[in-house]
Design a protein around this ligand. Structure first.
Ligand code: SAH
Length: 396
């Protein structure tokens, strides 16, 4: 066998790998031996010549390589990927009670960098985010088809992070029968329509599942504002939990349309729901000006800061909406506030929210800290895998 291409690191840059962090940044690479093509497996070698890991090469991304294995003798091939997939899928069997929409593969945290696999009943959606994933796409399709036997395997690699890799966006049928558009899934006994063709992410915000159950438990007799509602999953849970009224705010008309259908599908009273299409920043200001009040506010905005570099601008956005939300709460009211920004960690998020409370002149306490569901695990050697942060606050 010809020698594998190698990335030789700068002195000292082996440290994060020795702690088993699976990324190597462009600035850590001193030289390249051989001519690796995008997605090829390369060996990572320290400045002193020691083998560190085998990784997928991404020539354009700032994350220049992502580790497949720490073992020099393991071959990264179709059976390697199949074994990793199988292990990841099997680990989800503990989560059957979750319903029939589950993340089967959560990328780095499942030892499969750049690869996301979500299951919606008999449909599986694959997302390839990096060159390493792209290189093995056909193998992944074959292995998933074989292991899960889905009626449909669909690709939703139409995500902007692929641009960082120099990869075009792509979506379409990979195997099985064509998708008619929507599937119906269950979550905590409720039914939801998921638009797999055009919905956000792979169609549904699976990561919020356990937090939606909590919202249900907290919402009895409360007037609830579900801000950034998407297809109304929090709102439906709140009504199911006995909310006296829910107000949904969302700027995607399509999502809001499905939200209405989702409430109807569950026989939840439409008379208790108010749908507001528009920019949440403006709607929150209007509510403040109208002195509207709620007993519970859910803030689940999109990613304001994908990277650390954009954290400052994002912080202003988070502070703005949290300040407004806190002002809308009646005494004893509850705020469920989230950030899914990779660039804002839990400590910073808490600081931003504390600043918002101070400026709002509100005394609030943290009742609980929230994160993503168990099908979005966080490998201890990859803290970046924990991207969703949430706080349950009670206003005095
Ligand atoms: N809570 C939802 C997920 C919310 S994701 C759930 O559990 O399913 C964030 C949502 O915010 C997306 O649906 C997006 O369309 C919407 N959004 C983004 N920017 C917005 C804005 N400025 N005003 C209102 N909605 C916005």
């Amino acid at each position: 066998m010809p020698p594998k291409p190698q990335l030789i690191l700068n002195p000292g840059r082996e440290k994060s790998l020795q702690r088993r962090h699976p990324w190597i940044f462009a600035g850590a690479v001193s030289s390249i031996s051989g001519e690796p093509q995008p997605g090829d497996t390369v060996e990572l070698i320290s400045a002193r010549g020691e083998f560190l890991a085998q990784a997928a090469y991404s020539p354009q991304s700032q994350i220049r390589a992502r580790v497949w294995t720490w073992d020099r003798d393991e071959s990264v091939d179709s059976s390697f990927l199949r074994t990793r997939l199988e292990r990841s899928i099997q680990s989800r069997s503990l989560l059957q009670s979750y319903g029939d929409a589950v993340r089967l593969v959560h990328a780095e945290s499942d030892g499969l960098p750049g690869i996301v696999v979500d299951s919606y009943r008999d449909v599986i959606v694959l997302q390839c985010l990096t060159w390493g994933a792209e290189r093995w796409r056909d193998v992944l399709v074959e292995a998933i088809t074989d292991l899960c036997k889905p009626a449909t395997l669909y690709e939703r690699s139409d995500v902007d992070v692929r641009a960082l890799e120099g990869l075009p966006e792509r979506a379409g049928l990979l195997a099985g029968s064509p998708l008619s558009g929507r599937v119906q899934v269950r979550e905590h006994g409720l039914k939801f329509l998921v638009d797999l063709l055009a919905g956000h992410k792979t169609g549904f915000y699976l990561d919020q599942r356990t937090n939606r159950l909590l919202a249900q438990q907290l919402s009895a007799n409360r007037e609830v504002l579900d801000c950034f509602s998407y297809t109304g999953a929090f709102a439906a849970h709140a009504l199911q939990g006995g909310a006296s009224k829910v107000t949904l705010v969302e700027d995607s008309r399509d999502a809001l349309g499905i939200a209405g259908e989702n409430l109807a599908l569950n026989g939840l009273p439409e008379s208790k729901a108010e749908f507001i299409g528009g920019n949440a920043f403006q709607v929150l200001r209007n509510f403040r000006d109208e002195a509207r009040q709620f007993d519970m506010v859910i803030l689940d905005p999109p990613k304001f800061a994908p990277t650390r570099a954009t954290a400052e601008r994002a912080a202003r956005g988070y502070k703005d909406i949290n300040l407004l939300a806190l002002k809308l709460l009646r005494p004893g009211g509850i705020l469920l506030t989230f950030s899914c920004s990779g660039g804002v960690d839990a400590a910073l998020f808490q600081k931003i929210v504390a600043g918002a409370a101070l400026d709002a002149g509100v005394h609030a306490r943290i009742l609980q800290r929230l994160s993503q569901g168990a099908d979005h695990p966080v490998a201890l050697n990859f803290p970046e895998g924990e991207y969703l942060k949430g706080l349950v606050l009670e206003v005095a």
